[in-house]
Design a protein around this ligand. Structure first.
Ligand SMILES: Nc1ncnc2c1ncn2[C@@H]1O[C@H](COP(=O)(O)OP(=O)(O)OP(=O)(O)O)[C@@H](O)[C@H]1O
Ligand SMILES: Cc1ncsc1CCO
Ligand SMILES: [Mg+2]
Length: 262
């Protein structure tokens, strides 16, 4: 396996263009996070250009956070274009269990073979068909409760499935890894999970989906730990987090990362 630092350095060297069909809450947060890591984000989602743009991008991410009928159509077009062209694409199934609209779109997007699915425990449980206790965008379930579902979902869909939370779990349906970096203040800032999906996309542009996902999660959590040391609350954390993502070097990442195979 390439060291985590190798994937971070490759991502920064490539500065991949990542197209994000995201949501109204996350767009600004996500674009700033992606610029801080050294990627090139483009929040492009209009029906008339979304497919064409997917041909230019090195990765595509789809987030159903604030969907309506038109967003849904644009997401299907972007995911379809990425899948046809072999561009890695990442699904973020925000609050997928909450409504019929979300469940139905989630099922249709899964048919377009996402390269990676990244969600919190409640979302991964719901996406794999098990009633989960998520109330909206926030997880109510622990990651461990969703590990079997993640395994089955990966097996069935062919996607790498990442369940994030206090200890992240990543599986391709056969092997699995846990990443135990991060800080409990991270879910107190909106859209940090959504922004993480963009970071996963940037790493998937330069690495295999499994290794890239693990590296992205470790880097994100490690930067969260560094930022939390100087933060007084969610406001100062958000600023410190962008700085930590920006300043973290490969050797820092290898030293702070807590990644283990299961
Ligand atoms: N309790 C926690 N302790 C440590 N780190 C955490 C914790 N919760 C979240 N994190 C960190 O935050 C990252 C994103 O996680 P999270 O699962 O909260 O996303 P999310 O629920 O999709 O967020 P959102 O939908 O609000 O954008 C995780 O990969 C992890 O690094
Ligand atoms: C709060 C919120 N509501 C819809 S999307 C979103 C961002 C976190 O997922
Ligand atoms: Mg989320």
């Amino acid at each position: 396996m390439t060291p985590l630092s190798g994937h971070l350095e490759a991502m920064r060297t490539a500065a991949p263009l990542v197209q994000n069909v995201s949501n109204f809450v996350a767009m600004n947060v996500m674009a700033n996070v992606m610029l801080a890591i050294g990627a090139s984000p483009a929040m492009v989602h209009a029906r008339d250009e979304v497919e064409e743009f997917a041909g230019l991008a090195s990765a595509v991410t789809i987030n159903i956070g604030t969907l309506d009928a038109e967003w849904s159509e644009c997401m299907m077009l972007a995911a379809g274009a990425a899948a046809r062209r072999g561009v890695p694409w990442v699904l973020d199934p925000v609050a997928i269990g909450a409504t019929t609209l979300r469940r139905q779109l989630g099922a249709r997007l899964l048919e377009l073979s996402p390269t990676i699915v990244r969600g919190n425990a409640s979302e991964i449980l719901a996406l794999s068909g098990i009633a989960a206790r998520g109330r909206g965008a926030d997880a109510v379930n622990a990651v461990a409760e969703a590990e079997d579902s993640a395994h089955n979902l990966a097996h069935k869909s062919g996607a790498i499935v990442a369940v994030t939370g206090a200890v992240d779990f990543v599986t391709d349906g056969t092997r699995a890894m846990r990443v135990s970096n991060g800080d409990p203040i991270m879910p107190r800032v909106t859209a940090l999970g959504c922004a993480l999906t963009g970071v996963v996309g940037a790493f998937a542009a330069v690495a295999s989906a499994f290794e890239g996902t693990v590296a992205a999660l470790a880097y994100y959590g490690a930067a969260g730990e560094v930022a939390a040391r100087s933060a007084n609350g969610p406001g100062s954390f958000q600023v410190a987090f962008l700085d930590a993502l920006y300043t973290m070097q490969g050797p820092d990442l290898d030293a702070i990362a807590r990644v283990r195979a299961i």
